[in-house]
Write a protein that binds this ligand. Structure first.
Ligand code: ADP
Ligand code: MG
Length: 653
């Protein structure tokens, strides 16, 4: 047999590249250097796209976004020691977001281990905390096996980050080609479905809900569940609320989207179905005060030996009107008592589960309160997630798309739809109207410098419907999210579960390379706060080097949260050293970030008025030959619109 007798040699670098190619890896992001340069070259020779970045952290963010957008892991290739350490931020972010990612790190030579080798670091151990799987192949022959396992682990079950360590001496080591066996491409994850009885219960509770709410998370986007979820929403006329990256699974402008009444919807829903969204800080843990628990007022006589009369209670429990009436009574109590009641709410039900309490209050003395949380239904692929923070009424463990189809099948058995004329819809619609009006009013303000709302309304007017929106920053991201619309799934990328600043440019670069390959002509609009932009600003060179279809909008308020205008700044520095007086939130006023873009041949605009903003955005969108950066000066002290509740002002959600 000729093949067996072949003397042909192959390098470790080529084996790695071939193993990645066999696993369908399409994109590698990284920074080359000793000992990984040869790996990048070998990968490119096999047709894998290599995007060289300026910092491993941004490279790792980019690779992780590939995982979210394509369902197969992107690779981040880094050098040993500090290179790998820079990538940890990206790994942590991917793992927190439940996005697949494969990091390949060069490491010091095996025969110098523990001797203080160049960039020596315990990399496999270091990565364990940030990954689902972290390993070093024991030989070159083992590389294809370990890479297949890493790719598989990154996409099976709850997606996440994986790490493969490559000692420097592997890279140029030559082995006989025939000694290497490549694993087959690992298949897409098997589809799991929920228990039939759980599906039946879920369907019946949705049917009986008085104030239902579907919450669509980025897990639903990742699961490509858009078709089934849209059908569920439309067929049964159910209100839905997307999480930040759940936006676009069903378009934001859909008549059943209640995003503009977010707080109201969360607060009063009695049945909540979560599709791929965790009850973490983004959803306020599923706990009061952001979720109004079922508050039942019970008259004193209904207490038997200090315990509520269960029979009467169940009558009251089912009487939503009673609750509303009594809550409105609280409304007439005046500020102090309302505050008192709210505190009680917060105090007594912020634990893991609701419990009954009695309220002694002069004006509501004849009542006691009974708290019952809204019934929450979780649809998730990760069993360990079910029951976090709130005891779910039903758990549907499985792939979201498949489970939603099961639900549809069950609901289809009996004709039904949620009444469009219900009080709940009326409440939500009214709240949406007033919230939208309040934002529009702020947007129409003619004063200069502009406020956030003015900026985002003008941007929204021109945004192409199919563009990707990448965003990070504090107010920039939060306010931007409420105004900028998503019409397509997986077209919004932001600071995410980990609230990471610095992800924007890496995400935009990843979206751009994917868009170029799969849907040419799409723009990536990257909306950055001036502070957020600073974290990975040098990636503008990467954007220009590959000439990517990205428009960067830097919403510039001269600082973190807030900044100062030039005059105040000058005044402040008159007599003292800057480090003694400049508030920690301040950045240099009137910084010309657009020049970062022009430095590399892209187009830069410095804008101060709505007209300049409109014009520069129009020009940027019209010129498909170059990326642009529009530096938008806003009022340094601009904030969010007034919020209904005190806790809304302090939370950044
Ligand atoms: P969000 O930030 O939008 O609230 P999270 O990241 O908190 O979303 O939640 C996403 C959830 O989706 C995770 O708990 C994850 O386990 C789950 N998930 C991811 N992929 C799938 C899938 N294919 N089917 C079901 N659940 C999934
Ligand atoms: Mg800022």
């Amino acid at each position: 047999n000729f093949a067996e007798r072949s003397e042909e040699q192959v390098s470790g670098a080529k084996v790695i590249a071939q193993a990645l190619k066999t696993q369908d890896v399409e994109y590698i992001f990284g920074i080359v250097g000793i000992p990984v340069t040869e790996i990048a070259i070998a990968a490119q020779q096999l047709g894998i796209k290599y995007i060289g970045m300026r910092n491993e952290q941004a490279a790792c963010y980019a690779a992780s976004a590939i995982g979210y957008l394509t369902s197969r892991p992107g690779v981040c290739l880094v050098v040993s020691g500090p290179g790998l350490i820079h990538a940890l931020g990206g790994m942590a972010n991917a793992n927190m977001n439940c996005w697949p990612l494969l990091v390949i790190g060069g490491s010091s030579e095996r025969n110098q281990e523990t001797m203080g080798a160049f960039q020596e670091f315990p990399q496999v151990e270091a990565c364990r905390l940030y990954t689902k799987f972290s390993a070093r192949p024991s030989s070159i022959e083992a590389i294809p096996f370990v890479i297949e396992k890493a790719v598989r682990s990154s996409i099976y079950g709850r997606p996440g980050a994986c790490y493969v360590d490559i000692p420097a001496d592997f890279v140029n080591l030559q082995v006989n080609v025939n000694s290497i066996k490549y694993m087959e491409r690992c298949m897409s994850p098997p589809i799991s479905m929920a228990e039939t009885s759980a599906v039946c219960t879920a369907a019946s509770v949705i049917r009986n809900a008085k104030q239902p709410l579907l919450i669509i998370g980025k897990g639903a986007a990742y699961a490509h569940a858009e078709e089934s979820i849209k059908k569920l929403v439309e067929q049964y006329k159910l209100p839905f609320l997307p999480t930040p990256m759940g936006k676009g699974v069903v378009p934001d402008n859909h008549p059943y989207c209640v995003g503009a009444a977010r707080s109201r919807a969360l607060q009063f829903a009695d049945v909540i179905v979560l599709f791929g969204a965790r009850l973490n800080w983004i959803l306020h843990f599923g706990l009061p005060p952001r979720y109004q628990p079922d508050v039942k007022f019970i008259q004193k006589p209904s207490f038997v030996h200090g315990h509520p009369d269960m029979e009467l209670l169940s009558k009251w429990r089912s009487n939503r009107a009673m609750f509303l009436e009594l809550f409105s009574k609280c409304g007439s109590l005046g500020q102090a008592h309302q505050h008192h009641l709210r505190n009680l709410l917060e105090m007594h039900i912020s634990g893991p589960y609701a419990r009954p309490i009695k309220i002694k209050n002069s004006e509501v003395d004849s009542y006691s309160l009974w708290f019952i949380k809204p019934r929450i239904y979780q649809v998730d692929i990760c069993a360990e997630e079910l029951g976090n923070n709130v005891k779910p009424a039903v758990t549907l463990l499985g792939n979201i798309h498949a489970v939603t189809k099961q639900l549809l099948e069950e609901l289809d058995k009996t004709p039904w739809q949620y009444p469009p004329e219900s009080k709940w819809w009326k409440t939500l619609r009214e709240k949406m109207k007033s919230n939208e009006a309040a934002s529009k009013e702020l947007a129409s303000k003619k004063s200069l410098p502009m406020n956030y709302y003015t900026v985002f309304y003008h941007v929204q007017e021109q945004l192409p419907r199919d563009c990707f929106v990448v965003s990070e920053g504090a107010n920039t991201m939060d306010i931007g999210r409420t105004v900028l619309q998503n019409y397509l799934p997986r077209h919004r990328l932001d600071a995410g579960t980990f609230g990471t600043m610095g992800v924007g440019l890496g995400f935009a670069i990843a979206a751009a390379v994917v868009a170029k390959d799969r849907s040419p002509g799409q723009w990536i609009i990257c909306v950055e706060g001036d502070s957020a932009f600073g974290f990975s600003g040098m990636e503008v060179e990467t954007i220009c080097r590959y000439n990517l279809p990205i428009i960067l909008l830097v919403v510039n308020n001269n600082g973190i949260y807030q900044g100062f205008d030039t005059d105040t700044w000058k005044e402040m520095l008159k007599f003292q050293d800057a480090t003694a007086v400049v508030p920690p939130m301040c950045l240099l006023p009137n910084s010309h970030y657009e020049q970062v873009m022009t430095a590399f041949g892209g187009k830069g605009y410095f804008v101060q008025t709505p007209e300049e903003l409109q014009k520069s955005l129009r020009q940027s969108l019209a010129d498909t030959t170059k990326p642009s950066l529009i530096n938008i000066m806003i009022e340094p002290q601009a904030t969010r619109k007034a919020q209904d509740f005190h806790w809304l002002t302090r939370s950044n959600m």
